[in-house]
Design a protein around this ligand. Structure first.
Ligand code: C2O
Ligand code: CU
Length: 462
């Protein structure tokens, strides 16, 4: 039997605060990790941010081929770094937990963008402190554009809305982060849902298609997104960019670290209509997740326009990699079943999140992989009772299949992924093309409490 973990219930606000957006970053950018303040629920409280007076950091919007030069200035009193989640960049620029900026120190990130369009993001990755630093405000978006995507004429400008969804635990003294043992098991969750750092927001929209670029930057909370008017969610992209073809669904799960690119049509609605993006209850979430429906934000339809946009039938080319091309299969036991079966309370094996029975050790290479080979990686949570979103650094993979639990791939698991949700009872197989980005990279559970607890290993590509 699992340790009793209880859901943290969400309390909705009144959706009266206008959604806002982080400022845009440049190709030459200083990001200053700092303690600052922000007004989130009517009071100004201490938070962390990469700029003064707000949570989060500026949004990068770059083109494939751009060169970036980013100085991390660490004004915190502890070390930090930046992982560029979803960027295919050299190991020494990736924000490995070994590569840190000391308190009051700096770290310079210089890299070229050499990948297709997509929504990536950035956040700290100092081992055992990632959860706290992200929860208290450090994260930002990184959007890559390219010519292929531009040619589709997808909704852009005001009609392309980035949404960073997070839950926070807010008191009038700050964003509380002090997980109990039970909260390390379930992951740390908050009662207040913020979007782009704004609690209970609304956005004004017109009667047309919008493109929603959604990131789940929560530490542990899963969302089962749907619209209150049951509008179609037209999934056009995910972690690694556009899908081959749009896939229409009514609801879709998003786990910490994952991204979604969705079209929604507010056409045909009358002025003043209010439509909520909400998270519906869902099965398989273990003891702590999926027990409640709650609203995340409101769209108010306020302008009537004529919209000539039609959803393209075909979006991009995705070369499906044959499973038979894999030279090797590696299986990762992520059930953490030993936590629950007969180990005495004082045993060292008790109460920790592991992969294949191991805790993170930066001095140990867990998997040695040969460049330019394909492998099948299997994440086995068949005996587990907690969801684990598994993330690999430095590459994108293709999801082959899922057995147990939900039993099949979901719409956003087509195309290219860097994070895949493995629910209790599930085994998910992914096809990983290791290219020639050699070096030492981590892979881990993106439930940040699990990650900080040690649910992270390393692969060395050579
Ligand atoms: Cu977004 Cu290693 O993580
Ligand atoms: Cu996990």
């Amino acid at each position: 039997m699992g340790l009793m973990t209880k859901p943290v219930m969400v309390t909705e606000g009144d959706f009266s605060k206008l959604l806002s957006f982080p400022v845009q970053a440049g190709l030459n950018q200083t990001l200053t990790a700092q303690s600052t303040t922000a007004n989130i629920k009517g009071t100004t409280i201490p938070v962390l941010g990469y700029q003064p007076n707000s949570l989060l950091g500026p949004t990068f919007r770059v083109n494939n081929g751009n060169a970036l030069n980013i100085l991390l200035q660490n004004n915190l009193s502890e070390h930090t770094n930046i992982h560029w989640h979803g960027l295919k960049i050299p190991a020494l620029m990736d924000g490995h937990p070994d590569q840190l900026a000391n308190a009051k120190g700096t770290f310079r990130y210089q890299f070229m963008i050499n990948q297709r369009a997509g929504l990536s993001w950035y956040h700290p990755h100092p081992h055992e402190n990632t959860g706290k630093q992200v929860f208290q405000g450090l994260a930002g978006l990184f959007i890559i554009n390219d010519a292929e995507e531009a040619a589709l004429n997808l909704p852009s400008g005001q009609n392309e809305i980035p949404l960073i969804i997070q839950d926070k635990r807010i008191t009038n003294t700050g964003i509380t982060y002090n997980p109990t043992t039970e909260e390390v098991m379930a992951g740390y969750m908050g009662e207040s849902i913020v979007v782009n750092g704004v609690y209970s927001p609304y956005a004004e929209v017109s009667t047309r298609y919008y493109r929603l670029r959604i990131l789940n930057a929560s530490n542990a909370r899963l969302y089962n997104l749907t619209f209150s008017n049951n509008a179609d969610m037209i999934v056009i992209g995910n972690d690694g960019g556009l899908l081959k073809n749009p896939i229409t669904v009514k609801e879709i799960m998003i786990a910490p670290g994952e991204r979604l690119d969705i079209l929604v049509n507010f056409g045909g609605t009358t002025m003043g209509t209010e439509i909520f993006l909400l998270s519906k209850e869902f099965p398989h979430g273990g003891d702590a997740q999926g027990k409640q429906s709650f609203r995340i934000m409101k769209f108010r339809v306020v302008i009537a326009v004529t919209d000539l946009f039609t959803v393209p039938a075909s979006l991009s080319t995705i070369n499906t990699i044959a499973a038979s091309s894999a030279v090797r299969t590696r299986t990762f036991e992520i059930s953490n079943a030993m936590e629950h079966h007969g180990y005495p309370m004082n045993d060292g094996m008790k109460m920790r999140h592991r992969i294949n029975g191991k805790l993170f050790d930066s001095n140990r290479i867990d998997e040695a992989v040969t460049a330019n080979t394909n492998e099948i990686w299997v994440f086995d949570n068949s005996k587990g009772d907690e969801p684990h979103p598994m993330h690999m650094h430095g590459l994108f993979f293709q999801v082959l299949d899922r057995n147990g639990g939900r039993g099949s791939k979901i719409a956003s698991e087509n195309g290219w992924k860097d994070t895949v949700l493995v629910m209790p009872g599930e085994t998910v197989r992914v096809l990983v093309p290791f290219e020639n980005n050699t070096g030492k990279f981590v892979f881990h559970c993106h439930n940040l409490e699990h990650e900080d607890d040690g649910m992270m290993l390393q692969y060395q590509l050579s």
